[in-house]
Ligand binder design. Structure first.
Ligand SMILES: Nc1nc2c(ncn2[C@@H]2O[C@H](COP(=O)(O)OP(=O)(O)OP(=O)(O)O)[C@@H](O)[C@H]2O)c(=O)[nH]1
Ligand SMILES: [Mg+2]
Length: 138
């Protein structure tokens, strides 16, 4: 993949506040701490454009990165365990679910799972949810 320029475009807490320029986007999702932000940095060959932490729950909003002024990478918060309150987790989950279900410009959500462990129940439940909601995912 040939990527030249990546720009951080903002962090949004609601789908309707996200960019409206109609460019296609690819989102990364998975359990808290699985390595979503690290994978994005690796793909775009930048050390720390997407914020990474040892503590689960680092990414807390919908983070948009524009690639070569043609498409977006979206770094999403994790589902499952995170060092935050239950009500915060519930709000994140609602924000993610709404974004995935309603985002017209979402081409694909990449669902990450930790290859060191068998597939977790939270992962299979999440993918089942994507399938029933018609969310395109791999
Ligand atoms: N061993 C190993 N550690 C990794 C890998 N990818 C990421 N990590 C580490 O896992 C931790 C979490 O990485 P993040 O990229 O912040 O994970 P995230 O899924 O974005 O986490 P949240 O935003 O909190 O949901 C960091 O300490 C990373 O250095 C990997 O492939 N192997
Ligand atoms: Mg993250």
């Amino acid at each position: 993949m040939n990527i030249n320029k990546v720009e951080y475009c903002g962090s949004f807490h609601r789908e309707d506040l996200c960019p409206k320029d109609g460019l296609p986007e690819f989102a990364f999702i998975g359990r808290s701490n699985v390595g979503k932000s690290s994978l994005i940095n690796s793909l775009i060959r930048r050390k720390d454009l997407a914020r990474v932490s040892k503590e689960p729950g680092k990414t807390q909003s919908l983070n948009f990165y524009m690639v070569d002024q043609k498409w977006y990478i979206v770094d999403l918060p994790g589902y499952g365990y995170a060092r935050t309150s239950l009500s915060n987790r519930d709000n994140w989950r609602k924000m993610i679910d709404y974004y995935l279900k309603n985002r017209q410009t979402l081409v694909t959500a990449f669902v990450l799972s930790d290859a060191r462990h068998p597939l977790q129940k939270a992962d299979s439940q999440f993918m089942e949810w994507c399938a029933t909601q018609g969310v395109p995912f791999v």
